[in-house]
Design a protein around this ligand. Structure first.
Ligand SMILES: C[S@@+](CC[C@H](N)C(=O)[O-])C[C@H]1O[C@@H](n2cnc3c(N)ncnc32)[C@H](O)[C@@H]1O
Length: 545
């Protein structure tokens, strides 16, 4: 079960700092021509390429450049929803920032206690002796193992259950950085491809707190304690840290969690209502990136670097912090966020109006009521939202009464579509009907109706903010079909529904199953979403549709 909030690191996908973008634009512009020519195209697969008169397939996209985006991808022709644009394996992969210990081979959680299996050579915890990632490029490679084996004594204290949380996290954060350093020694071409990525080093250097953080936790540590000074100079290490913050994707299926750099997918520009969706293959960690809706020729291909179901203030702060630009997209510029109103508050003064940002592209601008004179400073607004968010984070995602209580408590404070209420509703959509005590056959009709209502509320907003063939839509449509079906059957049995009304609902169930099956079967085989897609297709067949 998951909640759709709570960004944890800077990775694209599924976190802050202040800088202008001018310096970046100038630097970017200078190097762009050379970088564009060198851009690796080989592993990028365009499918369903129509042929031109000369019988040459038209590539789905090309690399373009603008002063605002830097390099980005643009559609070469009209693309239909669901076209596979990029399928490529990582250039580099490793544990996420701030992660709990994971197996270095497959990125599944591990413990640091004495029971945990460990690599016999370097002593790092692994999931087991048969982990598929042992001696693999995308896992615990021989080069990495040798490097750690040489520093076994240095790492011994941290790789135990006695280590503090901070010590463990700092150590796991180093893994991917060290892997990139090793690429420099063992795979020059891959290393060169990574070094061509944007690092925003000049802007990062101007942020003293950020720079010092990496200077102490990464640069000095690797050069002095780990004795890697002869492999990478200080600036090179800072650049690698910047490249990771700006370009990493957060991936993982079935409990695994990793961050990755891909050879081409990093080029997509950001938009808070993107036109592509991506997933990753659990077997190869490859990214599969598709159009989520129809894209017109010349349209930039975009993905979201932030959580789409967060309010503008938070999304923009997150993006600026990690990617060092202030998003100016259509959604960010609209106080109503494309009609979703997912940041609006109930006016605490007149209780009738809605409080929204007066100038959403200015982070410090006041928020104001649309009915009375009530105003709220952005700082006060943020404090309030943070407090409510903390309340929500305290709640276990399986605790139905606590989640219901959260909705009741904040009904008078947040508008119904506020993203924090939606987040609680999303958890409820997933657990009503699925956990002990709330399985569908034992649920009251009122609780089943609640599940249906929350699913509909959530889907309405996802349709606006994450439209098309997106995983979130597929998942929620699958959740929605069940309460409609059960309530239709109950209504028919009790005589409360006419046959015509019953058939209308069954038709809606069939459409939900069909759409969710289509979306979720785009997910890679082996993922839980793919299995849900198969279940949806199966249910559809059983319905005779
Ligand atoms: C993952 S990289 C994308 C590739 C990058 N444009 C390049 O040339 O290497 C992310 C960086 O691209 C730029 N960028 C992406 N989307 C943007 C947007 N919507 N507005 C402004 N800059 C954007 C920012 O500099 C950001 O830090």
């Amino acid at each position: 079960m998951s909640r759709v909030s709570g960004a944890k690191d800077w990775s694209i996908g599924p976190s802050e700092r202040e800088r202008g973008i001018e310096a970046r634009q100038n630097r970017h512009h200078k190097h762009h021509k050379q970088q564009q020519q060198q851009q690796p195209q080989s592993k990028t697969n365009s499918v369903a390429q129509p042929e031109t008169e000369t019988n040459k397939p038209v590539p789905a996209y090309r690399v373009a450049h603008s002063d605002v985006f830097g390099r980005y991808l643009v559609a070469n022709r009209r693309l239909e929803a669901g076209e596979l644009l990029i399928s490529e394996e990582p250039l580099a992969i490793g544990p996420c920032v701030s992660c709990e210990p994971v197996c270095l081979g497959c990125y599944q959680p591990v413990q640091l206690d004495s029971q945990q299996y460990r690599c016999p050579d370097c002593n790092w915890p692994l999931c087991g002796p048969t982990c598929r990632g042992i001696r693999q490029r995308t896992g615990h490679s021989a080069e990495e193992c040798a490097l750690y084996a040489e520093r076994r004594a240095l790492l011994a204290d941290v790789l135990t259950a006695n280590a503090t949380l901070e010590q463990r996290r700092d150590l796991y954060e180093l893994v991917l950085i060290v892997r990139i350093v090793l690429l420099k020694q063992h795979s020059a071409e891959q290393y060169a491809n990574i070094r061509r990525m944007e690092s925003h080093t000049a802007e990062r250097r101007e942020n003293a707190t950020l720079w010092q953080h990496y200077e102490q936790k990464v640069v000095q540590r690797l050069r002095n304690d780990w004795q890697l000074a002869n492999v990478c100079d200080e600036l090179e290490l800072h650049e690698i840290c910047g490249i990771l913050d700006v370009n990493c994707f957060e991936i993982g299926q079935r409990g695994a969690k990793a961050r990755t750099l891909y050879p081409s997918a990093f080029l997509l520009a950001h938009d808070c209502t993107p036109n592509t969706a991506h997933t990753d293959d659990p077997a190869t960690f490859a990214i599969l990136l598709r159009t989520s809706r129809r894209v017109l020729e010349q349209e930039p291909l975009t993905l979201s670097y932030a959580y789409t179901l967060q309010g503008t203030l938070k999304r923009r702060t997150f993006i600026q912090g990690g990617k060092l630009f202030w998003c100016q997209c259509q959604r960010c510029a609209d106080p109503r966020e494309l009609g979703s109103d997912c940041s609006a508050l109930v006016c605490r003064s007149c209780r009738l109006g809605s409080i929204r940002a007066t100038a959403p592209l200015e982070q410090t601008a006041d928020w104001a009521c649309d009915r009375c004179d009530c105003r709220l400073s952005a700082a006060d607004l943020e404090r309030l939202i943070d407090r409510i968010n903390d309340d929500l984070e305290e709640i276990d995602v399986h605790d139905i009464p606590a989640l219901e209580n959260f909705l009741t408590r904040y009904r008078e404070v947040l508008r119904p579509n506020h993203y924090l209420l939606l987040s609680a509703k999303y958890s409820l959509c997933q657990i009503y009907g699925r956990i002990e005590g709330y399985l569908l056959p034992e649920m009251s009709p009122q609780d089943i109706e609640r599940k249906e209502r929350y699913c509909r509320d959530f889907l309405e907003i996802v349709d606006l903010l994450d439209p098309g063939l997106t995983r979130l839509r597929g998942l929620i449509m699958y959740e929605l079909h069940a309460p409609i079906m059960v309530l239709a059957q109950l209504g028919m049995q009790s005589g409360q529904l006419t046959r015509q009304e019953f058939l209308k609902r069954i038709k809606e169930v069939a459409k939900l199953l069909k759409d969710s099956a289509r979306i979720l079967q785009l997910e890679p085989p082996g993922s839980s979403e793919h299995e849900m897609g198969l279940a949806a297709a199966d249910a559809l067949t059983k319905m005779g549709s």
